[in-house]
Design a protein around this ligand. Structure first.
Ligand SMILES: *Cc1c(COP(=O)(O)O)cnc(C)c1O
Length: 339
């Protein structure tokens, strides 16, 4: 496989097949995923003093979020392994993506979701035939319920980082970034961090491409953005800790990043540290203002989680952490959802 091979193939996840875990293409489950666009945020960028500000829009994927990447590869590989039913906790988008790809693959899905998650998400899971259970509590409580169901029914655990393939799907985000920057990388990548799999996936992808010598030695500084009402990774980063501690009473309007304790927290912290990145929290007002500004100034109607990356980048430019002329890439993780 060469760069030219990849460039010649249809622009979807499967153009990266040699770097993905599926062995037999017959099990590939696809909804026609695309390569998501990267476009400049000219007006918002200039207002924030970042001339090289770009946005990668993951809302263009099937099911409306980057969770489609993990679900496409995770479900395909599970099918190849003979899995017929799985369970997972979710704040919404992962449940939708896994339910929809499960329908495509003829698998049964059990989804546990906090009652506070956006209503559209449960409707989408149910429409795809998943068994949805609403949980009074946070995603961590939904995770406990999933552990019970798995022990009881002896089905596949598709929880974040409990199976190794979802993250392989998320890698395709990093592969695409390198391809779209002409086999190079931006200076900074800003990512809204909940469970952190997306950030870990991008970092893993870029290290693999560096190992293949498809890109140079330099990696982008990875920035994990959290909400002020749920910022366990930021707290750990500031304290110089290797792991995060459970964040009590987590709450934010950006529901996708309302994760009080991420299983892969140490991997996120490693990725930020080893690339010279950082972790930063922004409050809900700043997130809402950023969402309004991006839509008004640049026609970019992003989700609240995606908007948080702009609020963070503006602050990092203000403090001088992002320097004049640097190329900064924001990740919009999905389409806006009604509460
Ligand atoms: C899941 C999700 C996130 C958090 O992604 P992680 O990779 O789990 O940190 C951010 N935004 C949206 C819209 C999500 O659905």
């Amino acid at each position: 496989m060469t760069k030219a091979d990849v460039a010649r193939r249809a622009p979807g996840l499967w153009r990266w097949r040699e770097l993905l875990p599926l062995r037999d293409d017959a099990y590939a489950t696809s909804l026609g995923e695309t390569m998501t666009p990267i476009a400049p945020l000219a007006h918002a960028g200039s207002a924030a003093g970042i001339s090289g500000l770009f946005l990668k829009d993951e809302g263009e994927l099937p099911t409306g979020s980057f969770k489609a990447r993990g679900a496409a590869i995770g479900v395909s590989r599970a099918k190849e392994l003979g899995v017929t039913a799985f369970a997972m906790p979710t704040n919404g988008n992962a449940g939708v993506a896994w339910s929809v790809y499960a329908a495509r693959a003829g698998m049964r899905a059990f989804i546990a979701m906090p009652r506070g998650a956006p209503h559209e998400h449960r409707a989408d899971c149910a429409a795809a035939g998943a068994e949805v259970e609403l949980i009074d509590g946070l995603i961590s409580d939904a995770g406990k319920r999933v552990a019970e169901v798995i022990a009881l029914r002896k089905i596949y655990d598709a929880s974040t980082l409990k199976e190794p393939y979802r993250i392989e799907g998320k890698k395709t985000m990093g592969f695409e970034i390198a391809l779209q920057y002409g086999w190079d990388v931006p200076d900074v990548i800003v990512y809204p961090c909940g469970g952190g799999v997306g950030l870990i996936g991008i970092d893993k992808a870029l290290r693999e491409l560096r190992g293949l010598q498809w890109i140079g030695e330099r990696l982008p500084r990875m920035v994990a953005v959290q909400a002020a009402g749920c910022a366990p990774i930021v707290r750990a980063w500031e304290a110089g800790a290797r792991e995060s501690a459970f964040w009590e009473d987590a709450r934010t309007v950006a529901f996708g990043i309302n994760v009080p304790k991420a299983i892969g927290d140490f991997l996120v912290l490693d990725a930020i540290r080893s690339t010279g990145g950082c972790a930063i929290a922004v409050d809900d007002d700043a997130i809402a203002a950023a969402q309004a500004r991006l839509a008004r100034d640049d026609g970019a109607h992003v989700c609240l989680e995606g908007a948080a990356t702009f609020a963070a980048a503006a602050r990092l430019r203000g403090s001088g952490w992002i320097r004049e002329g640097e190329r900064v890439l924001l990740i919009n993780t999905g389409i806006p959802r009604n509460p």
